[in-house]
Design a binder for this molecule. Structure first.
Ligand SMILES: NC(=O)c1ccc[n+]([C@@H]2O[C@H](COP(=O)([O-])OP(=O)(O)OC[C@H]3O[C@@H](n4cnc5c(N)ncnc54)[C@H](OP(=O)(O)O)[C@@H]3O)[C@@H](O)[C@H]2O)c1
Length: 289
């Protein structure tokens, strides 16, 4: 892929940064994150094509301004890649009262896509990629978790947000296809990044689950994993052209019956869009995708 304008929200570190480092060699790449130092480092290492924007996307009311700033940098947009996330056990809420992980790994992605794509022909990306945890099983009672109960931990909010990405991606498939846009939700498997090293996990997961998963799935460096998203971005992965959910090796995930249930997908989208509009103080979205 050459001469494209690519935005990576959460591109200052981890998987997002590894994707940025590769794509910036032949394209213009704008990374978004909170770390000024990491943003400056990316731009200094790639003086011609590397750009950065310092922003906290967990606060939904920040997003309309962030989108205006992105539009001022890029006259047109070819790719949207979402990798922003954080992971805590103890509950942390944003100033808007959303649990912070789900605000970051789900709600902000929905609003950013909406405002970046909208009805604008110059802002019609070829593909949108969410790096989340595609394929995690979900129960029939999934929608009962919305809104996330006040007492639910941030770890629960994080998992719910990851799952919500699957419902969202599947729901958006047709809507985006009408505009010629593809969407994929990826599960990277075990990748050695900040979120895995420093994220808070319940003790049981750290002591039992991860060593077990480590035996089944090899932990990769971001530079090793990046081959999977790059093949998708370059159009070299047929599975990603046929299917929304993609596993750590780049293969199709069918998803459970529940995640493929169109009514649940619609219910989640309706709930999410209502909740986002309730939280937005101004610039409410009049017509959702
Ligand atoms: N690594 C794994 O093994 C693994 C496994 C399954 C799923 N995933 C998923 O893969 C995605 C990428 O994760 P990763 O492993 O690359 O994590 P990471 O290394 O921790 O990167 C997260 C990125 O999000 C940015 N970010 C965090 N809070 C932000 C905020 N409030 N506003 C804007 N940007 C923010 C961080 O930059 P700043 O600090 O500069 O803001 C960083 O660039 C996540 O959705 C994660 O859940 C990862």
């Amino acid at each position: 892929m050459h001469n494209k304008n690519i935005i990576i929200i959460g591109g200052t570190d981890g998987i997002g940064r590894a994707i940025a480092d590769q794509l910036v060699q032949n394209n213009t790449v704008l990374i978004v994150g909170r770390s000024k130092q990491k943003g400056e480092h990316f731009a200094a290492s790639n003086p011609t094509n590397g750009k950065y924007l310092i922003a906290d996307v967990s606060v939904l009311n920040n997003i309309p301004t962030i989108v205006s700033e992105i539009r001022a940098i890029f006259p047109s947009l070819d790719y949207i890649i979402h990798t922003a996330d954080n992971l805590r056990v103890k509950r942390v809420n944003t100033e808007e009262g959303l649990e912070k992980s789900i605000a970051l790994n789900y709600y902000s992605r929905v609003l950013l896509n909406q405002l970046l794509v909208g009805d604008d022909a110059t802002y019609t990306p070829e593909r949108i990629i969410h790096v989340a945890a595609a394929g995690f099983p979900s129960s029939k009672s999934f929608m009962k978790n919305f809104p996330l109960p006040e007492k639910a931990s941030s770890f629960k909010g994080h998992g719910l947000g990851q799952l919500a990405n699957d419902f969202y991606g599947l729901h958006m498939r047709e809507k985006l296809a009408k505009k010629g846009i593809k969407i994929n939700i990826l599960n990277p498997g075990m990748v050695d990044t900040n979120i895995r090293r420093n994220g808070q996990f319940p003790t049981l997961a750290k002591k039992l689950l991860f060593p077990l998963l480590g035996l089944i799935l090899k932990t990769r460096t971001p530079a090793e994993y990046v081959e999977v998203p790059l093949a998708i971005i370059n159009g070299d992965n047929d599975a990603a052209n046929q299917s929304i959910l993609i596993n750590s090796k780049g293969n199709r995930i069918k998803g459970s019956r529940n995640v493929n249930n169109a009514k649940t997908q619609q219910a989640l989208y309706d709930f999410t869009t209502r909740q986002i509009n309730d939280l937005l103080k101004s610039d409410k979205v009049e017509r959702w995708l």
